[in-house]
Design a protein around this ligand. Structure first.
Ligand code: CU
Length: 268
């Protein structure tokens, strides 16, 4: 049914919610247009030469119509709120209780790239083994991923169609999305907020690795490269940082990230 393949665990109900909302909206649209056409024919001037203000026979029918519209609205509101509550309102604790330990990644949107901060092997942010990837989000298959997102400049929007996540990334605020990827592979990350002249090239990717591959990938992220934390980092100056910016295949996106944030790329 969905046009874009879904590799998330939660995407099925999002797809169904959208389908049901679309079908209900279509039905209401067809019904509304049919009623307008019916009224134009039934109350045409040639049949009703004298206009009337009295709709005595129509009041019941209008009430039934109003009630059915309210029921349609309630259906749409229930499905929309359900989707919103499932994705946004759940606390990290309740997500971890359901899906197991989360991989937490701090995301920063900037003109015009994405930076992904990892806590490293010790799973704690603000320590020496933290590292940052430019335009490359690496996650583990079948493991809960929680993204805490903010922006370094203007409003961006983080969108991964295959994972059914899309949320605004706002300066001065932290927004959160979560997902559990169930298929290994590489999938595009897009910015869906017009964030400036380079918005069109704000492309990134998410790599979903098998658990073993993810563990060995994480173990390999241990090269300390820069004394300068750069504007992406939250640590103080002089603190030793592990910063890997270029993991993209051709290095072009990473190279742009380096130029913008002034950190040293890690050659692969
Ligand atoms: Cu953007």
């Amino acid at each position: 049914m969905p046009i874009m393949p879904d590799i998330s665990t939660h995407g099925w109900w999002l797809d169904w919610s959208l389908l049901i909302i679309s079908m209900v909206t279509l039905l209401v649209g067809i019904l509304s247009f049919a009623l307008i056409i019916l009224a134009l024919i039934y109350f045409r001037q040639s049949k009703n030469p004298t206009p009337t203000r009295h709709l005595s026979g129509w009041i019941t029918r209008l009430i039934i119509l109003d009630i059915s519209m309210i029921i349609f609205d309630i259906i749409i509101a229930v499905f929309s709120t359900w989707g919103w509550a499932e994705t946004i309102l759940k606390s990290e604790e309740s997500l971890e209780a359901k899906h197991g330990e989360a991989l937490t990644v701090n995301v920063t949107g900037r003109q015009f790239f994405w930076a992904f901060d990892y806590a490293g092997g010790d799973k704690a942010f603000g320590t020496a083994d933290d590292f940052t990837l430019g335009n490359d989000l690496v996650v583990e298959k079948d493991r809960l991923v929680v993204l805490n997102m903010t922006s370094g400049d203007t409003i961006h929007s983080f969108f991964v169609p295959h994972l059914r996540v899309k949320y605004d990334v706002i300066p001065g605020r932290t927004t959160r999305v979560w997902f559990v990827p169930k298929k290994a592979g590489e999938y595009p990350v897009l910015c869906t907020e017009l964030c400036g002249l380079g918005h069109y090239k704000m492309l990134s990717n998410v790599r979903v690795l098998e658990p073993d591959d993810f563990d060995s990938w994480l173990d390999s992220r241990t090269v300390t490269l820069s004394e300068n934390p750069g504007p992406l980092r939250s640590g103080g100056p002089g603190q030793s940082q592990t910063v890997h910016v270029s993991d993209s295949k051709d290095g072009s996106l990473g190279a742009r990230a380096d130029r913008n944030v002034g950190v040293t790329p890690r050659s692969q």
